[in-house]
Each structure stands twice: as C-alpha cells, then as structure tokens.
Write a protein that binds this ligand. Structure first.
Ligand SMILES: *[C@@H]1O[C@H](CO)[C@@H](O)[C@H](O)[C@H]1NC(C)=O
Ligand SMILES: *[C@@H]1O[C@H](CO)[C@@H](O)[C@H](O)[C@H]1NC(C)=O
Ligand SMILES: *[C@@H]1O[C@H](CO)[C@@H](O)[C@H](O)[C@H]1NC(C)=O
Ligand SMILES: *[C@@H]1O[C@H](CO)[C@@H](O)[C@H](O)[C@H]1NC(C)=O
Ligand SMILES: *[C@@H]1O[C@H](CO)[C@@H](O)[C@H](O)[C@H]1NC(C)=O
Ligand SMILES: [Zn+2]
Length: 412
C-alpha cells in the first residue's frame, strides 16, 4: 500500500506459496484481478490452468489489505478472528501508528491468538520456509518459520532478477534442506497498480512479468526433479480498483465535523477508516459523518455489517468507515495520490483475485466456481497431512479440486 504519504512500500501482489508434502507440493499465489489477466497474454498461467485447477476467481477477506488478507490465507480465519485487522500497528491510547514494514516486525500484532500454518506444520514435524511473505518476520508463541528471508526496509519489489533468485532459493530449500512447505511473496502487480492504476500499461507489463516468473518457477520445478512431488498454488490477497479523483470524500470539509471531537484516527489509508471519538462525542460524530457523502459508509462497531466478519475484535474502534469502490477517504489533509487502490468491499468484482493450483494432488484442466480465501488454509493442511487449528473455512469447498483419494497424502 503506498499510502501514508509514501512512507510505506507497496507489498502485495503475488504471493506464492510452495508446499511439498509426502509427495511435496508448492503452493503459490499471484495477485491481480482475473479480469485484467484476461487483457494480458499470460501463456504460462494458461498452461498452468490446463495442467491443473483454476478458480473462476477467489474472494478475499475484508478489509482487502495486504497483511490482513495474507494472514487469512495462513490461518483460515476472518480478520475479526485472527486480529491482524490492518496493515498498520496502532495504539489508540498514545496515537502511535506504524507503517507496513515496521509492523512486520511487531510479533504482538501478528501473534494475537491464531497460529499461521508454518508454526502448526512445524509442531507436527514438518519444515517450513518463507520469502518476503507478510507475517514471516514475527514470532508466534515464541516460535518462528525455520528458513526465512525478510526484505530490507527499502526494497524494490519489482526486480525480476531478484524474483528468479528467490525461486532458486526456494528450489534449494526444497532439495538441499528438505523443506516441506514454502511461502513466497512478490509485491507486484500491487505496486504498479497503486502507482499507475489497474488499467495502466505498467501494470499490464507487470502481469506479463508475473507470467514469465510462473514459467520460470515451473521450469525450475521440473529441473529440480520435483514435478511429480510438488504442489504449487498461485493466488493473491486482493484485486485493484481505479481511484476516482472527482467528488472526493474529505472529512475535514464535512459540515459540523471537527477533528477536535476525535481522540484517535486511522485515515488516509484507501477506503477504510477507524475513529475513536472523545468521550460523549460518539453520537454527534456518528450522525454528522453518516450523512456526509453518498459513497461513505459509517458504522458503530456493533452495527457493522456481519457479512464482513471484520468488526468483532477488541482492536476495532467504536466507529468504522468504508467507502464505495473508487472512493478513498481523506482525513485532515489530502495525502493520498495513488491511481489504484484496494481495501474495498470484498463483494466488489475488482477486489476478487486469482487462484491456480497444479501438482500431483490436483486434477488436470478443471475450472471451479468462486470461493472465499478462508478456505485455502484447510486445503494446505490437507496437502501437508497436518491437523488444522480451529478456522473459519472448510475443506469441502476445495476438495473437488483434488484427485482421489485425498487421504493418502503423506501416508503413502
Ligand atoms: C490481541 O491483542 C489485543 C491488543 O491489541 C490484546 O488486548 C489481546 O489480549 C490479544 N489477544 C490475544 C489472544 O493475544
Ligand atoms: C526496480 O528494479 C527494476 C529493475 O528490475 C527497475 O526497472 C525499477 O526502476 C526499479 N524501481 C525502483 C523504484 O528503483
Ligand atoms: C535487481 O536484483 C539483482 C539481484 O538481487 C541485483 O543485482 C540488481 O542490482 C537489482 N537491480 C535493481 C535495478 O535494483
Ligand atoms: C450543523 O449544526 C447546526 C447547528 O446545530 C445545524 O443547524 C445544522 O443543520 C447542522 N448541519 C449539518 C449538515 O448537520
Ligand atoms: C464476537 O467474538 C467473540 C469472541 O471474541 C465471540 O464469543 C462472539 O460470539 C462473537 N460475536 C459475533 C456476533 O460473532
Ligand atoms: Zn497495495
């Protein structure tokens, strides 16, 4: 997310997780919108779909931000149940807010009651690794991913040479170090989507780069002798929407609203906002903001629509804001200049993302109906033959993708 006046780098994009299992399985995730993918020639992704399984699309969790949505993939839980409710760590008492990269290093933000699959797999005897994947840097109940690469604070997420080096590292970890499961993340086409917009040439070029990278990855899997053992999933955390620059939502200009009534605010981060009104001011702030703009939605925490599975967590503030696709929420000043954004309603088609899987566990040439990203976790646990932690998804949703019998994995 490149918001917050440019203090954060854009992550996001493609994340791919490789996982191996009794037979081995990599799993990978690419971001991007499937609609956009159709506008770009993607021969390698097409071949992967023909060799494996493709979903019409996948629905991310809400809010559609990088760290929260990746943690849903890793835990199978909605945001209100895993607690990683924003890309930014914050403290409503002191007003301190930390950007994306810094938040990666704050274990207490991530380790809020849900264990990511890496730790669960390691507790059940497997070896896991992760490269640049959100949540990699944190410790969970004092445990961490066995092999990890964490990007430096100033990192170029677009460098194709670097992507190929990461893939070579993944292959080495699978072969020389005998890892069972690896997650790998690429921050594109998110980065170019923010900067230039989802319909831009730059983003289309980045999708072509993602496609070449998928080709390289599958080639390296073959060369490493892992093709019959490794399952690969490519998916991502969310899509991208063009930001509208007219009829903008700007809270400072709302009549009868004043920041003097606010104790804590997390605004200027795309279409999402969190507010703590001063004592006795909640009703007033709520009523003036509620009718401020037709594209702005304002809720008291208890009344936030349940379908988002977002607000029922102690980290959520008394008032929540979100805006309709295309509209971002400006606070005191206008500091958001991205051409593309996400964070929107996960029912919006432009927030949907892709899901592709290939490998010995998956059927060939199958297209499946759309499903929610909370269900990916159960699939991963099945592929790894591990017992899942409590989660919000179901294996039943993805089971039709698997070759039968599915109970033989890892057990011979
Ligand atoms: C989650 O974090 C909040 C503070 O942000 C804390 O009050 C709560 O106890 C944590 N829950 C767990 C299970 O770690
Ligand atoms: C990132 O690296 C690519 C080359 O791989 C280069 O074209 C691009 O300009 C770099 N971006 C930045 C911001 O340095
Ligand atoms: C791209 O990455 C490679 C390998 O990490 C590095 O040698 C090169 O300098 C990078 N290029 C840019 C433009 O950052
Ligand atoms: C603002 O407050 C004044 C005085 O309470 C009231 O008359 C007016 O209708 C309010 N305007 C809006 C837009 O709420
Ligand atoms: C809210 O979360 C608590 C646990 O933190 C749970 O007991 C309760 O059932 C949840 N309420 C709803 C409406 O989901
Ligand atoms: Zn982003």
């Amino acid at each position: 997310m490149g918001h917050q006046a440019g203090q954060m780098l854009l992550p996001l994009g493609l994340l791919f997780a490789a996982l191996s299992l009794g037979s081995c399985i990599p799993l990978q995730r690419a971001p991007g919108r499937s609609k956009l993918l159709l506008d770009v020639d993607t021969p390698n992704l097409d071949t992967m779909a023909a060799d494996g399984v493709k979903a019409k699309y996948m629905s991310p969790a809400f809010i559609t931000l990088t760290s929260p949505c990746h943690f849903t993939l890793l835990t199978g839980r909605y945001l209100e149940n895993h607690g990683v409710i924003h890309n930014m760590w914050f403290d409503t008492k002191t007003g301190v807010k930390l950007p994306y990269y810094t938040t990666q290093g704050i274990s207490s933000w991530w380790d809020n009651g849900s264990l990511p699959i890496w730790i669960t797999a390691q507790r059940q005897g497997l070896k896991t690794g992760s490269i640049h994947f959100p949540g990699t840097k944190a410790k969970y109940q004092k445990e961490e991913v066995y092999k990890k690469l964490v990007e430096p604070a100033l990192f170029n997420y677009s460098n194709e040479t670097n992507w190929r080096q990461s893939i070579d590292t993944v292959m080495e970890w699978f072969t020389a170090d005998n890892l069972d499961f690896i997650t790998l993340y690429f921050g594109e086409p998110d980065s170019s989507g923010h900067k230039f917009g989802p319909e831009s040439t730059q983003r289309k070029n980045m999708i072509a780069q993602v496609d070449r990278t998928v080709g390289y990855l599958r080639q390296r899997i073959r060369e490493s002798g892992l093709e019959s053992k490794l399952n690969l999933i490519i998916t991502s955390d969310h899509g991208m929407e063009t930001v509208l620059k007219t009829d903008e939502i700007h809270l400072r200009t709302v009549s009868n609203f004043t920041f003097k009534d606010i104790d804590f605010e997390l605004l200027d981060y795309g279409p999402n906002g969190l507010l703590v009104p001063k004592e006795g001011k909640l009703e007033h702030v709520y009523s003036v903001l509620k009718s401020a703009h037709p594209k702005l939605h304002v809720y008291k925490k208890e009344e936030f629509p349940k379908r988002f599975h977002y607000a029922n967590h102690s980290r959520i503030t008394p008032l929540l804001l979100y805006s309709d696709p295309g509209y971002v929420i400006h606070g005191r000043y206008k500091v958001q200049f991205n051409k593309g954004e996400h964070g929107f309603d996960n029912e919006a088609m432009n927030m949907k993302t892709i899901f592709r899987a290939v490998g010995p566990a998956f059927k060939k040439g199958l297209e499946v109906e759309p499903f929610e990203s909370v269900n990916v976790y159960a699939l991963l646990c099945e592929l790894l033959s591990i017992t899942p932690e409590p989660h919000d998804g179901s294996l039943e949703v993805t089971k039709p993708m698997l070759r039968e019998p599915t109970d033989g994995h890892g057990l011979g």
